[in-house]
Design a protein around this ligand. Sequence first.
Ligand SMILES: [Zn+2]
Length: 266
Amino acid sequence: MRGRVTVQVFRMDSTGAASVYDWSTTHMLFAADSVYDMMNYWAYMASLRNVPLSFTANFKDPFSHYTRSTVPTRTNYEPINNSPNDAYLWVNDALSLHGYGASPITFTNVWEKNEEFNAAALSSSGGPYDHAFSIYLVSNFRADGTAGPGAFNGASYGAFVPVLGGTAQIVALNAAGFGLNYLWFVLRHETGHNFWACDEYLAGCLSCGPCASNGPRPSVLNANCAAGPTAGDGYQTLCSVPRVECVMTNTSTENICTFTMQKIGW
Ligand SMILES: [Zn+2]
């Protein structure tokens, strides 16, 4: 994770019969601020380590000439009510708006189109950029402000990357029910995944061995993984290294462990 990064941001809203959850103007702005908070976090952490890193946010939602304001990107699906595996269905609605709709609409085709969309963004306004990825934000708040489910249908999580090292992340406003103030923590954790960092929390990882065999640094260990027993001295007995808090372990810590740094190329 280094160089100049452009981030394509979508705030996705269900429309028509499928609509259960909505975006308020407040949430539109709060989500944008959270994206900036995420970018500032990674840029600052990089600066402490003399890694050149900067971000540009491109908000891709349409402007309504009727309301004279930016409105969410519409989809006929209610994202949080769908399985994570089916996210490609509504992501395709966002990509179609920008000329990158898939045909036929299949899992593989849509995520390939998302890669194409981000490859094109490398030379977009303000570029050239070294990296590009998309954030698809979804609301799980009702119009009256009450919260819906924190996780996607059939899943235990409200944020994920469809492909490790890929150019998409999908994040619900109230991911896992932690609340809006937690949103930027979730965004910075998921951004780690876009740059090949692996999960380190219990159940998120299974071993201390390499975790991204198809990535650019396949031999890097995931030695801060919480799998297996931890000795009383805090040493992870499987990995034989002291376990530390990490942005890929506990999203509310700002610390980045040495293994995560290796995975993202720092
Ligand atoms: Zn994760």
